[in-house]
Design a protein around this ligand. Structure first.
Ligand code: AMP
Length: 426
């Protein structure tokens, strides 16, 4: 018998640990700054959690799950089918419900990092055991929450210094407008039925939106001429999406609206997004994917609760870090911390953050923190050289305050000149 690792799994050798540590480090820092708390849930869960949540007709659930059972002939004391989790979100949602997080102060922002399992045809970037980092935010329907989740994901890649990536966003509507979208897609794809794969022919009747996620060449060809289905979403969803777009523009996040973008899991509603390498034209190995899931908690019989999340694949990120020959420095420090007070200042802070990063200045902010004290405390903890402080008065005056964190001295400067001033100081 040849001694070998299981198909689709890999060993992470000592020489690669620095990449993994770097990614974990960036994730932990970004989570702290953005107010996400760590949660760990089991790798084994009951089957019905995913059948109900991820969707029993999704590829991930119907074809890719590993069942866990007791080895040998002895009976298992638990009759319910257990599986290895193919993704993290449903486990966190279960924990949210089991621990009555409905009663906690909202929004609740959680993140988790750990292995997931999918029965894939193993190839580069596609494994049977892979690690995901998962971010979830519960209790906020506001489009600003979508924009923050997306801009945090985008910033994560800037912090990782990964280049040549593309962020695509779209809206897939709510449960009220989904029937209209489905009718639209059915009418379009029924004319192309002959070239669709067997699975997509079945999807035409059950879940036509999923055809857009099929990676088969002919199905992608069939989808080429599809007019934007996004036009079918209701006015409320259109308006929600427009606001997400406006917030992202304010934050200077570089994104593209991809009208026919969809995601492979059933629970998504409204905003969805993906980050992939520009060279990955058919998004075969997306680096990060996410979206809103406003109906998922309700699906499990709980009070309706809006939510949004995203997941990043660690192996794929590590592989890009290596390919792009990115130098790893785990002890990297924050040069400038951007502190804000008030809603308008928060939006301005997002813009400032992007400007600083574009200028190659390592910058952080904690947009979920609302007091100056807590923000400056974090700036100290991150050993920032300077803090930029922006409040209501600075918004009105078109200025910002530059504070030296070492000396505690402050200077008011015009918003147009703050980058130059900082560059002189750093
Ligand atoms: P999903 O849960 O399908 O939205 O996937 C989220 C992220 O997990 C993807 O963008 C990938 O980076 C990663 N991922 C999903 N499946 C695999 C896999 N089989 N192997 C490696 N990474 C994966």
């Amino acid at each position: 018998m040849k001694l070998q690792n299981v198909r689709g799994t890999q060993d992470i050798l000592p020489e690669d640990q620095k990449y993994w540590d770097f990614v974990f480090n960036v994730i932990d820092k970004s989570s702290e700054i953005n107010g996400f708390e760590k949660i760990n849930t089991p790798i084994i869960e009951y089957l019905d959690l995913f059948e109900k949540g991820t969707g029993e007709n999704t590829e991930v659930v119907s074809k890719q799950m590993f069942e866990v059972s007791r080895f040998g002939n002895e009976k298992d004391d638990d009759k319910r089918i257990q599986i290895l989790r193919p993704e993290i979100t449903p486990g966190i949602v279960r924990s949210y419900i089991n621990h009555n997080m409905q009663d906690w102060l909202k929004p609740i922002q959680l993140y988790s990092v750990g292995p997931c399992f999918r029965y894939e045809k193993p190839q580069a970037g596609r494994y049977r055991q892979f690690w995901q980092c998962d971010f979830e935010s519960f209790g906020n329907e506001d489009p600003a929450t979508d924009a923050r989740m997306i801009s945090m994901a985008w910033s994560l890649f800037k912090d990782l210094r990964i280049r040549n990536i593309e962020l695509e966003i779209n809206t897939i509507g709510c449960k009220k407008c989904r029937p209209q979208i489905n009718d639209f897609l059915k009418s379009y794809f029924s004319k192309k039925k002959a070239i669709l794969c067997k699975d997509c022919q079945a999807r035409l009747a059950t879940n036509p939106i999923r055809i857009l996620d099929c990676k088969k060449v002919n199905c992608q060809k069939a989808a080429k001429g599809l007019p934007p289905f996004t036009k079918q979403v209701c006015d409320k969803c259109q308006d929600h999406f427009q606001q997400v777009i406006d917030y992202l523009k304010d934050a200077k996040v570089n994104f593209k609206v991809s009208n026919n973008l969809v995601r492979g899991l059933d629970y998504y509603t409204r905003t969805i997004f993906e980050i992939s390498l520009k060279s990955d034209k058919n998004r075969q190995t997306t680096l990060l994917g996410g979206g809103r899931y406003d109906n998922l908690i309700e699906t499990y019989g709980e009070k309706p609760t809006p939510a949004i999340g995203c997941a990043l694949g660690i192996e794929r990120v590590v592989s890009v870090l290596k390919k792009q020959k990115i130098k790893i420095d785990i002890s990297e420090k924050t040069q400038v911390f951007v502190a804000q007070l008030g809603e308008e200042a928060k939006r301005k802070a997002m813009t400032i953050l992007e400007i600083l990063k574009t200028e190659g200045i390592s910058a952080r902010a904690a947009l979920s923190k609302n007091t100056l004290k807590s923000q400056l405390k974090l700036a100290n903890k991150l050993k920032s050289d300077y803090a930029i402080i922006i409040g209501q008065r600075e918004i009105l005056d078109g200025t910002v305050i530059i504070r030296s964190m070492k000396e505690g001295t402050q200077e008011v400067v015009e918003q147009e000149t703050f980058v130059n001033k900082l560059q002189e100081k750093l």
